[in-house]
Write a protein that binds this ligand. Structure first.
Ligand code: HEM
Length: 308
């Protein structure tokens, strides 16, 4: 319990630092930073191994915790005549199993909302931005002046930090052209045909003229999280239950606070890492951690919702 608990505490620190980017960085820069971070977390081999250790730790921690709670109950099937648990243990310690179960339910729903969409269902959209560009479409027959038209050009943000334009436009000769490296590289009948890329395997940008992979598009997990907590981004519909999601996240973080309040110091004790000299310090750090970390997590959805 103690080892898995301490490992999960380190996971919480890393996860918090990554997620704080959602509120500390704004605009397109914030979106890029968070999506790059999500890509790194999903592709770095060391982090990938750590992720599996995290899943196993969550399951082991929950199963062991419930097993111990049942065993403790069986060891004392009847309540003592004088049963005053508060005399020797805190409220949090008596309710660790209940608090832990609530956190497990939170983690399951939380992973269904983000992790499942990103890693399994592949429903996270690609990181794209639209730019309206005025391009020449012909010549005014009276004045001879060039006539321009507005074209929405899609830029894919790629995992190597570049914007790749899906550049097709209506050319003066009344055809749709593909532009590559500033040169016309193809003439087509429709705008759709003139686009440079087709997307394969969810993220691969395939250059239609060569049929070769030209880049790897980043996924836009940032927009999914923002929309989930009520902020409209990239024209995607926002979650109509965003307020409820925020409230449930805040309540879950309070539950996490109580769980950590007892869990932190008791993990050190279980491992025998206690010494008269340091017990006070461990208890202080544990209690500070139990308050600061869940509070910082709770602030994230609240801020996103308030800035919508
Ligand atoms: C309230 C703020 C939080 C936000 C905005 C948030 C956001 C996210 C996102 C976007 C992912 C998906 C990452 C990916 O698949 O690339 C994720 C995964 C996950 N989250 Fe959170 N999270 C929050 C709090 C928490 C808390 C408090 C816990 C634990 C108690 C937690 C546990 C997890 C776990 C276990 C995963 C899967 C990790 C992995 O695959 O490496 N999250 N979270």
């Amino acid at each position: 319990m103690a080892l898995t608990g301490l490992f999960l505490i380190t996971f919480l620190i890393g996860h918090l630092l990554g997620n704080l980017q959602l509120i500390t960085k704004t605009g397109e820069e914030g979106r890029r930073a968070f999506n790059e971070y999500a890509y790194f977390m999903g592709h770095n081999i060391f982090i990938k191994i750590l992720a599996y250790v995290t899943y196993i730790s969550i399951l082991a921690h929950a199963i062991l915790g419930l097993y111990l709670a049942v065993k403790n109950k069986q060891a004392r099937p009847k309540n003592y005549a004088y049963n005053k648990p508060s005399a020797n243990s805190g409220t949090a310690s008596r309710n660790m199993a209940i608090l832990g179960t609530i956190i497990l339910v939170f983690i399951c729903t939380h992973m269904a909302n983000f992790w499942y969409k990103q890693k399994v269902a592949e429903t996270v959209p690609l990181h794209t931005t639209q730019k309206t560009v005025a391009l020449p479409v012909g010549q005014d027959p009276m004045s001879g002046q060039p006539v321009t038209g507005n074209f929405d050009i899609t830029y894919y943000y790629t995992v190597d930090g570049k914007y790749e334009s899906d550049y097709g436009y209506y050319a003066p000769e009344k055809a749709y052209v593909t532009i590559k490296n500033g040169q016309i590289s193809g003439v087509h009948k429709t705008m759709e045909d003139a686009k440079r890329f087709k997307v394969e395997n969810h993220t691969e940008l395939i250059d239609k003229s060569t049929d070769l992979k030209s880049g790897e598009a980043a996924k836009d997990l940032h927009t999914v999280v923002m929309n989930f907590f009520g902020q409209s981004e990239q024209g995607q519909p926002t979650n109509q239950y965003a307020l409820w999601a925020v409230i449930l996240y805040v309540i879950s973080m309070f539950v996490l606070m109580f769980h950590l309040w007892h869990g932190f110091a008791s993990a050190f004790q279980s491992l025998g890492l206690n010494h008269k000299k340091y017990n006070g310090l461990i208890s202080f750090v544990g209690k500070a951690f139990a308050i600061v970390v869940p509070l910082a997590f709770a602030i994230i959805p609240v801020m996103i919702y308030l800035n919508r």
